[in-house]
Design a protein around this ligand. Sequence first.
Ligand SMILES: [Zn+2]
Length: 349
Amino acid sequence: MAAREQMTGCERVIGALKGGEVDRLPLITPTSVATVESMAATGAYFPEAHTDPHKMAALAAAGHELLGFDTTAPYFSILLEAAALGCDVDWNPADAMPAVKKNPLERWDDWRPPSNFLDRQPVKALLKAIRLLKDRYGNRIAVVGKVIGPWTLAYHLCGVQNFLLGLVLEPDSVRELLDRLLAVPLQLAAAELGAGADVLTWADHATSDLVSAAAYREFLLPRHQQAMEQWPAEIPVILHTCGRATDRLGYFTQTGFTAFHFDSRNPPGELLNLANGKLTLVGGLNNPQTLLNSRVDEVRTAVEELLRAGVHLVAPECAVPLRTPNRNLQAVVRAVRDFNRRQREHGEK
Ligand SMILES: [Zn+2]
């Protein structure tokens, strides 16, 4: 077997997400792998790296340069759109992710997305960072764009409790809100593609601790389908939803998303059965216990277990905790690469 790499990083990432044959398994980061250690190494710290495009690009590049991933993911938090849409955001210090201080909407019937949304600073910074990374890397690695879906945007704008109450009390007005909110990720996703993103993460937190699978089917599935119907087929889209998802994975396979970024609380075998080849699975590595608090050899064991279970695109389950040691992320990359090598040498399955 030829051990030489024949594909560009971009081709490999896109090919693997689409479930195609690749020359080796790529290491993909659907969400942030920014750490305090990488901030110190690059001099690009939070909070500035959330909104300064040069710092954002420098810190995102560390995912490839320092950690060895085949992707670079410059959108670290989940609050850039929220901030651009008028949420009061606390950007927090270097070792904490940003948080919403105040949800701007008590009522939402009159709310419309602002027409100049893409020109607002946090969003403009992301687009510029994507452009800088694409200019720097070309097709050597894949630039991961990210948008926040209408469900999570509703949490940010209306507040979780207020929005969830709305599902019960005024379902029609919730549907109308979600229709209006859907324009936001669609517009931003198109702009990110224009700036050079090669793949896209679509984060939408209709999680099982807060919403039933039936509510997902009723309120969000049709909107995800609508979004993916108008999406260019050649660009893979990774759905990210935290938590247990086995009760809704069957619905996720009907969306048109290419891949699902999954949490370690999901048994990989069960998830693979449910995905049934219709969704590629990415993720599976526990963040708080394994990546943040385990030793390198324990990280390695966790990666190998996922690979042997049939999950080929092993990655952190969500944005990594900021104090995660870089050596543990490097161990993920090394374990996957070693598995690849053994497969090639011994024809191991
Ligand atoms: Zn998550």
